[in-house]
Design a protein around this ligand. Structure first.
Ligand code: ZN
Ligand code: ZN
Length: 107
């Protein structure tokens, strides 16, 4: 049986036979996933910048499949995100931030 040592994460007292306890190992893996998404986010940012002038002129309707705002039109100054297609391979277009992030009343 491998020797147990405390988790390598500073301040964590959990004994583990790996470098980190299960929780911190998982946290590490999640952090790595986030970093990998950044390359993909560069393309996302470019696409978003292409839309920005039109959104800021109030010319674009929310493209989310379900819009939770009173009006589809994205008003200048409102927070918006670039919505993905459902398969996440492309972009549907701008959507109000609450609509894109699935913030629905009652959820
Ligand atoms: Zn730990
Ligand atoms: Zn919307």
């Amino acid at each position: 049986m491998p020797a147990q040592r405390v988790c390598a994460e500073p301040g964590c007292p959990t004994l583990t036979s790996a470098r980190r306890c299960d929780d911190h190992q998982r946290q590490r893996e999640q952090a790595r996933g986030t970093r990998q998404q950044r390359g993909y986010d560069a393309a996302h940012d470019r696409e978003r910048e292409r839309w920005r002038p039109r959104v800021e002129r109030g010319e674009v309707d929310c493209q989310a499949s379900t819009c939770v705002m009173p009006e589809r039109r994205i008003q200048p100054g409102q927070d918006w995100d670039l919505d993905h297609t459902d398969d996440r391979r492309g972009y549907r277009g701008p959507a109000h931030r609450p609509c894109n992030r699935g913030w629905r009343r009652g959820q």
